[in-house]
Design a protein around this ligand. Structure first.
Ligand code: DQA
Length: 140
């Protein structure tokens, strides 16, 4: 089973960025722990601050992977191009947010991509990524 976690803009700064909202753990160490916990899965990780690179990665993986776990950061709220990319592929995409986007500024409440995703996990910290993995495993 092949799953990719894709993180969008500013998520390379996890651990340093607004720790009161996003926590103090960097994503690389979290990803190592996650990979060790689910050795039977081929788990990959990709991060980019660039919209086009995120679209390219969705195209590259979206026709063959068993699932895409996608935190598009602020592009969630702005990018029709990313929503179109998700609509174009057959692999299930799970939208993840570390913070509870509904408990923050109003502009974070709208997601262009949510309608094309299997579901949305928001507000559970980094644990949200693991919740998405567990769903994909059970879904098979
Ligand atoms: C985020 C929420 C977005 O609104 C924000 O722009 C981010 C991170 C989250 O994981 O909580 O960059 O996607």
């Amino acid at each position: 089973m092949k799953i990719i976690i894709i993180n969008g803009p500013n998520l390379n700064l996890l651990g340093k960025r607004e720790p009161g909202i996003y926590g103090t753990q960097g994503f690389d160490s979290f990803f190592t722990l996650l990979s060790e916990k689910y050795p039977s899965i081929e788990l990959e990780y990709f991060q980019s601050n660039h919209e086009g690179q995120l679209i390219d990665k969705i195209h590259e993986t979206g026709f063959s992977y068993d699932g895409i776990i996608f935190n598009a950061g602020a592009y969630t709220h702005t990018s029709i191009a990313l929503a179109d990319a998700i609509a174009a592929i057959p692999s299930p995409v799970i939208e993840v947010h570390i913070s509870n986007v509904h408990a923050r500024e109003k502009f974070r409440r709208h997601s262009h991509m949510a309608a094309y995703c299997q579901g949305v996990i928001t507000g559970f910290g980094l644990q949200g990524y693991e919740m998405a993995i567990r769903f994909l495993i059970e879904k098979g």
